[in-house]
Design a protein around this ligand. Sequence first.
Ligand code: GLU
Length: 292
Amino acid sequence: MDQSSDQQKKEIVTRFAPSPTGLLHLGHAYSAKLSHDFARERGGRFLLRMEDIDQTRCKPEYVDQIMDDLRWLGLTWDGQVRRQSEHFDDYRRALDHLEREGLLYPCFCSRKEIQEEIARSAHAPHGPEGFHYPGTCRELSAEERGQKIAAGDSFALRLDMQQALSRLAAPLSWHDLIKGKQVATPEILGDVVLARKDTPASYHLSVVVDDADQGVSHVIRGEDLFYATHLHRLLQHLLNLPVPDYLHHPLIVDENGKRFSKRNQSVTLKHFREEGAPPSRVLDLISGSINR
Ligand code: GLU
């Protein structure tokens, strides 16, 4: 192997990828700091990405505040901030690929219809993230689909999980920096949505496309996304994308053992700043509150 490709292979690239739907809180600060320090301590790059595909919930003022809060904490990022809302064409290309492979189907169901269908079934399959989509629209004929589309019914695109799994020659795995080798079992999530009715992508699709486009070598994020990684690993395989290593960190909690929420203003970085707290106060809090 020549030296340049060897160096390329070893480059450490991490990212922090908040959704600008609210203010950053202590939990975000912890995740961002871990990811930042991981890269910096290894001479790598740290990237910032705004996961703003949901244009109804994301607000420009949160984007500005997030960047300002990170700078205040002393976290600097490399290069331009990537905004997912500027990359819908990339996500469309990924969807087209999956569509050509026969791995997607349109789903016309409303949330209410899905819930009713689940309630009707005595053995509705479920996994760690709740009930699976019951598969109603997977069974539609091409003609029925065509009629609904022609009638202007809105639809999401779902991954046909069984089809996708049938394309695997061997089980997929990834390297988790805390848990070691993990075998991916994406079937625990069922037929997930890859393009929403209101947005031509979903979190799962955009995150794997972006991590690959941005050359992220280590995805560092909360353990609440551990199950999502099972699916992300499958999508990487289906889309021929490189596989980063993962670190799913524990979530920091408040004194009642509860996760911080964007709704709790008192733990937002903005609040600490308005109270005149120095950044070291936040850094002390996040370093002392793991698994309290
Ligand atoms: N945008 C996600 C969030 O704010 C994070 C996604 C990720 O790190 O993969 O929770």
